[in-house]
Design a protein around this ligand. Structure first.
Ligand code: MG
Length: 157
């Protein structure tokens, strides 16, 4: 078995879509980034790459590379899963937390889990997602950004 951890933050700005786990969530602001800025999927990819000892997403998908401008992060996750499978591993389980003052996310988790499970070729029950606020403290509390933390356990395929 192999374990990995991922953490990511993106800035909240007006006139951007808010995409988390491949789901577009109606909100007055969205996340800024070179790709679609799906902070949850980014943290997940870093956890997976960490588990197989393959660095981080910055190394595989540099944010200066025009190929990744505006890209759907689920497509990047597909690439990461090729690396994971190439190393001989499959998903054991994934646990993630999104840290955001707003909006309420619980209702979107089933669709996020389905999206992620489809790309990771596992069952949605192997993926747990949750959300927390930071009680209006810090950058997430001031709604300047959203953070995500993910841990994953991989099993020998
Ligand atoms: Mg990111």
């Amino acid at each position: 078995m192999r374990i990995g951890i991922g953490y990511d933050v993106h800035r909240l700005v007006p006139e951007r879509k808010l995409i988390l786990g491949g789901v577009e969530i109606p909100h007055s602001m969205g996340l800024l980034g070179h790709s679609d800025a799906d902070v949850l999927t980014h943290a997940l990819m870093d956890a997976l790459l960490g588990a197989v000892g393959k660095g981080d997403i910055g190394r595989w998908f540099p944010d200066q590379d025009p190929r990744y401008a505006g890209i759907d992060s689920l497509l990047l996750l597909e690439q990461v899963m090729k690396i994971v499978k190439g190393e001989g591993y499959r998903i054991g389980n994934v646990d993630g937390v999104v840290i955001a003052q707003r909006p309420k996310l619980g209702g979107y988790f089933p669709r996020m889990r389905e999206n992620l499970a489809r790309v990771m070729e596992c069952d949605p029950t192997q993926i747990n997602l949750k959300a927390t606020t930071e009680e209006r403290l810090g950058f997430t509390g001031r709604e300047e950004g959203i953070a995500a933390e993910v841990v994953c356990l991989l099993e020998s395929a």
